[in-house]
Design a protein around this ligand. Structure first.
Ligand SMILES: NC(=O)c1ccc[n+]([C@@H]2O[C@H](COP(=O)([O-])OP(=O)(O)OC[C@H]3O[C@@H](n4cnc5c(N)ncnc54)[C@H](O)[C@@H]3O)[C@@H](O)[C@H]2O)c1
Length: 321
């Protein structure tokens, strides 16, 4: 019999790729989403597949379904979206985790949490290892996301200690690829959209702050390996690409790959924006035999193709609230 898997946030960027992968791997997928930042278009190609079932539901309310495994991804991930309704963002991370952990407890199901590198805040340590506790501002505009995700991790570990629940916590670093939202303000999608439309490319600060970017297929491989890992491995495990690139270099790479005439313009850095962020993925290498394989140029080419097609065929389902 096929194993049944619940993916919360399944119509989002990462969630929809995870649904694709799980269906390919022979799972029966229940995709739960309230379409806050995800879109039906992301999973439209799966409609009609007998092993895919979409369900509109907000995880801040209890959910009663029967599944064997759970991936908890529901949560807006980009600053523009999570700051739009910060109270709902905290509720999604905290109440959402309580509800989905309660479900996992009732079913005795293994549960994966999509945590984030943002739990490290503006770190004093580079690269960040899992045992680093982070430096997070609890009262700033990013706190709804950062502290919500930190509290979600706390809940996962308390359910593990108190109820022996099998948890798998992954700390995800910046990921990019097809199905990123064009207006989500994330740097890769911003630069690509600006380059394809011939608009100025906006760089915040001096452009020397660095990030590392993991291609979505590599990230999804990491999720699956984490979920299928040995019983004692709870995480947190960092998943991301350790290759650092400055924002200036990224902009120049995208200009080259799109052959765009766009110019670079500079604007002030937003509040609490980290100068540097880089994962230490030694643990993922050791325990999951995982590391990113897709080069930045190859990943960007796929992503650019996706956005080109999107602009050629306007789809109203992609419009955000
Ligand atoms: N993409 C990244 O670089 C990245 C980095 C770190 C962590 N993450 C985490 O991975 C997960 C997926 O991120 P993503 O990039 O796919 O973002 P996304 O915004 O595309 O996907 C999140 C999905 O969750 C849904 N959602 C939001 N609130 C919900 C609620 N209350 N009930 C039900 N569904 C809800 C949204 O509609 C959307 O489909 C998130 O938890 C995010 O925090 C992503």
């Amino acid at each position: 019999m096929k194993r049944r898997v619940l993916v919360t946030g399944g119509a989002g960027f990462l969630g929809s790729h995870l649904c694709d992968r799980l269906i390919n791997d022979g799972f029966d997928v229940l995709c739960v989403d309230n379409y806050y930042t995800g879109t039906k278009a992301n999973v439209a190609h799966l409609i009609g597949n007998p092993f895919f079932e979409p369900m509109r539901h907000d995880v801040t309310f209890p959910l009663y379904v029967e599944v064997d495994q759970i991936y908890n991804l529901a949560c807006p991930a980009s600053p523009i979206h999570y700051q739009h309704d910060p109270i709902q963002t905290t509720k999604t991370s905290v109440h959402g985790s309580i509800n989905i952990l309660g479900l996992a407890k009732r079913l005795n199901a293994r549960i994966f949490q999509a945590s984030t590198s943002e739990v490290y805040g503006d770190p004093e340590e580079h690269p960040q290892q899992e045992q680093y506790w982070g430096r997070v501002n609890p009262i700033g505009p990013r706190s709804c996301y950062d502290e919500g995700k930190r509290c979600a991790e706390t809940l996962f570990f308390d359910y593990h200690r108190q109820h022996r629940l099998e948890i798998k916590v992954a700390r995800i670093f910046n990921t990019y690829g097809p199905r990123m939202h064009p207006n989500d303000g994330r740097v890769v999608s911003n630069f690509i959209v600006q380059a394809l439309q011939g608009d100025d490319i906006t760089i915040y600060g001096d452009g020397m702050q660095t990030r590392s970017f993991c291609y979505v297929d590599d990230m999804i491989e990491g999720f699956i390996r984490m979920m299928e890992s040995e019983a004692g491995l709870t995480g947190p495990v960092n998943l991301g690409n350790p290759d650092e690139i400055s924002m200036l270099e990224l902009a120049e790479t995208i200009l080259r790959l799109t052959d765009s005439p766009s110019k670079l313009i500079f604007k002030p850095l937003p509040t609490n924006d980290p100068r540097k962020r880089q994962p230490d993925i030694s643990l993922a290498r050791e325990k999951l035999s995982w590391e990113p394989k897709v080069t930045l140029d190859d990943g960007l080419r796929e992503t650019i193709e996706y956005f080109k097609k999107m602009f050629q065929t306007f789809d109203p389902a992609l419009t955000l609230p």
